[in-house]
Design a protein around this ligand. Structure first.
Ligand code: ADP
Ligand code: MG
Length: 323
């Protein structure tokens, strides 16, 4: 069991940002409206996530750390719901196998909850404790018992960069949830959680950038796109940032980015890339997430149509502006 968990950990827990990703997803799945993330030393010494979601029943707290003990997989047919296929019920056991985890959670019954401590996969404490509704989980000394893995970690700044990326994506995909991210005492993200995507953009890229965004909203029989794209004349960045969500989930798809850049093609100064946040909506049968469930990669069944739709929609918005 220990060995299996450590092997699984190698797949699920690549680096601190993988821990943040899994734990934040759990908080989102639990219906949290506030998710606060504190990390220290690029997440290697501490990752702490507090949420006000539905919490875990006291009797279930320990079993949540056993492999495949839980499964959200009795859900419907939307393929997005099986994105964690192969990893399901493995995140907590995998994380606990390679770190020191403290979990405090309550599902709200009489303010009573449970506190669990697991180190390197071994249960150290399991006791009742008064605690408010929600979950507070701390992951300390990641990879302390797998020195080979620890050696692979890059600088604190690099690891923190990956963690920020994870947090930005989730904040953009969920404007209705208030996220914070702190690192070594500095606040790096505070999204308002009021459903306003432009305010989330401002909290990530700055108010200036948010002011230079154009709203987009278009639809045809198959697809709908909403969101914001940067005004070409105000685009200063040579890095840019294009975020794409499909049916509420952050995904990566180079074809979408390419389609978008074609719309910008003649409008952008050389080596300049826009900020864009695009929410795409389509029938689940038009998107296949089985390509790489863990890597957020998808395949569209009518991709040329989708790319053409996106390019056209963006071109329309840009040409209205840039007259
Ligand atoms: P999975 O998310 O694939 O079910 P995990 O190992 O990530 O597996 O989590 C195990 C279980 O622990 C979840 O199914 C859920 O019931 C519970 N859980 C974990 N984190 C939270 C949380 N923040 N709030 C409520 N329940 C949680
Ligand atoms: Mg999970």
């Amino acid at each position: 069991e220990h060995i299996a968990n450590q092997i699984a950990a190698g797949e699920v827990v690549e680096r601190p940002s993988s821990v943040v990703k899994e734990l934040v997803e759990n908080a989102i799945d639990a219906g949290a409206r506030r998710i606060d993330v504190t990390v220290e030393e690029g997440g290697l010494s501490l990752i702490r996530i507090t949420d006000n979601g539905s919490g875990i029943e006291p009797e279930d707290c320990e079993t949540a750390f056993y492999r495949h003990a839980t499964s959200k997989l009795s859900l419907g047919r939307d393929l997005f719901q099986i994105r964690t296929l192969g990893f399901r019920g493995e995140a907590l056991p995998s994380i606990a196998a390679v770190s020191k985890v403290e979990l405090v959670s309550s599902n709200g019954d009489h303010g009573l909850g449970r506190r669990i401590i697991i180190e390197g996969g071994s249960l150290k404490e399991n006791e009742d404790t008064p605690t408010p509704l929600g979950t507070d989980i701390s992951v300390k000394e990641l990879f302390y018992n797998t020195p080979a893995r620890l050696k692979y970690m890059k600088t604190i700044q690099t690891e923190l960069g990956h963690i920020s990326d994870v947090m930005y994506r989730q904040a953009l995909a969920h404007p209705e949830i208030a996220f914070t991210l702190r690192h070594n005492g500095n606040q790096l993200l505070q999204s308002p959680g009021n459903g306003d995507l432009l305010q989330v953009i401002a909290s990530i890229y700055g108010t200036q950038a948010a002011k230079g965004m154009l709203g987009i909203e278009a639809e045809n029989a198959d697809y709908k796109v909403e969101g914001f794209v940067g005004r070409p004349d105000l685009t200063r960045s040579n890095r840019g940032a294009i975020s794409t969500m499909v049916n509420g989930r952050y995904i990566r798809n180079p074809g979408l980015q390419a389609a978008m850049m074609r719309a910008y093609h003649t409008l952008l100064p050389i080596n300049r890339y826009p900020i864009a946040v695009l929410q795409l909506h389509m029938h689940p049968s038009l998107v296949d997430v089985n390509v790489h469930p863990s890597k957020l990669e998808v395949r569209f069944s009518k991709e040329q149509e989708l790319y053409a739709f996106l390019e056209e929609s963006i071109r329309a918005v840009l040409s209205q502006q840039v007259l």
